[in-house]
Design a protein around this ligand. Structure first.
Ligand code: GMT
Length: 375
């Protein structure tokens, strides 16, 4: 099939999922066209069946807001016609599903039919999409898609609760390329980051408020009181500076490394002992899954789709949002005993295998085929 993929090309989980999906589909023989405003961060290799088309929004001083949706829908029309794209898979309702619907209607005027598959990722539903300013457009875009998927059961339920949805929503969980995370653990270069006796705790996110960064620091603060430890903070966002100040205030700056954005998270996870994800909400928690496939147990909040990924008492522990004491207690419990830590590491890896890319991507292929059959 010739498939157009629209996503946010940044470090967010939805962009990562869309990119990995496109790469895997291309390996399975499909022709993939990424259509977005910059090359997706994890899309390193373009090949004869992976293409990238940039959406340009010309700056015009008359406009206070430059019309990205308009530029995107025009680009979609042009690319569908030029490359004979058969299906458009848009990640994120805002504004991608909306722009795709406009493109579809414009194409229909010219006798071209292209079905739209919309994947909901979370922020487009729980945090932004349900705002009254966007709600009518998001509801419309979901109802007008030819197929709708959500990355967890919890997100599906949230969508049905928050919007008046007439369409079916199919849960297709996020996935992981297990092969990519198979390391020879002797290569981990752990000694560069910490002494042998120090435990390595890691957090990866885009440092938005929803990630509850102060709780990451507070849990680590409690851990390092009990045992030698280092904290790896990976990512960039508005909460980074306040986090650095909090570390200074608590007197732990020398034990915390802020990496900024990284394309080498597999290397960082490779030498990590524990992953912290205390988010207020999380439709899935892809970062937790990436940790688990690297054999890193997860201490997380019990919210949204996280319990569908991190299994309490098996791959790690779940606590109520903001319950720093419980998270700290669980972290110290896992890290405190060598054999126990090994068992949790192994369980985390085992649980991650349920999300193998080779099991999940065929579900998307089936959805594309079904939408094509309908037209
Ligand atoms: O919250 C983020 O880190 C970014 C956000 C995004 O829009 O890319 O992530 C959302 O989609 C990811 C991939 O499906 C999920 O793993 C995240 O849980 C989800 N974030 C939220 O729901 C807050």
């Amino acid at each position: 099939m010739r498939i157009g993929i629209v996503c946010y090309p940044t470090f967010g989980g939805s962009g990562v999922v869309a990119t990995e999906l496109g790469i895997e589909l291309s390996k399975r023989g499909h022709e993939i066209h990424f259509i977005t405003y910059s090359q997706p961060v994890r899309l390193e290799l373009l090949s004869n069946n992976v293409h990238y088309h940039e959406v340009n929004v010309p700056e015009y001083p008359l406009f206070l807001y430059q019309p990205y949706e308009l530029a995107l829908s025009s680009k979609l029309v042009d690319m569908v016609k030029l490359h004979k794209i058969e299906v458009l898979h848009v990640h994120y309702a805002i504004p991608h599903a909306y722009a795709a619907y406009m493109a579809k209607k414009m194409l229909q005027e010219e006798g071209v039919y292209v079905p739209i598959v919309t994947t909901l990722h979370g922020t487009d539903i729980t945090l932004v999409g349900s705002h009254p300013f966007y709600k009518p457009a998001v509801t419309f875009s979901i109802n007008k898609s030819d197929a709708v998927t959500s990355v967890s059961q919890s997100l599906k339920e949230d969508t049905l609760r928050l919007f008046d949805i007439k369409n079916e929503i199919e849960v297709v969980p996020n996935f992981i390329d297990i092969e990519k995370y198979k390391h020879d653990f002797t290569d981990c270069q752990r000694d560069i980051m910490a002494n042998e006796n120090e435990k390595i705790i890691t957090h990866i996110s885009n440092f938005r408020e929803v990630k509850q960064i102060p709780d990451v620091i507070k849990v680590f603060y409690n851990i390092q009181k009990e045992m030698p430890a280092k904290l790896m903070m990976v990512g960039e966002g508005p909460e980074r500076e306040p986090a650095e100040r909090l570390c200074e205030k608590l007197g732990i700056s020398d034990k915390v490394v802020f990496f900024g954005n990284s394309n080498e998270i597999d290397k960082i996870l490779c030498f990590s002992d524990l992953f912290l994800l205390p988010s207020v909400t999380e439709s899935f928690g892809l970062a937790a899954l990436e940790a688990m496939v690297s054999g890193v147990p997860v201490i997380s909040s019990n919210t949204g789709g996280i319990p569908e990924v991190n299994i309490h008492g098996v791959s790690g522990f779940l606590s109520e949002v903001n319950d720093v004491d419980d998270m700290s207690k669980n972290a110290i419990y896992i890290l405190g005993d060598k054999n126990q830590l090994e068992e949790f590491k192994n369980n985390a890896w085992l649980e991650s295998q349920k999300f193998d890319i080779h099991q999940i991507v065929p579900q998307y292929e089936k959805i594309y085929e079904d939408t094509l059959k309908k037209c």
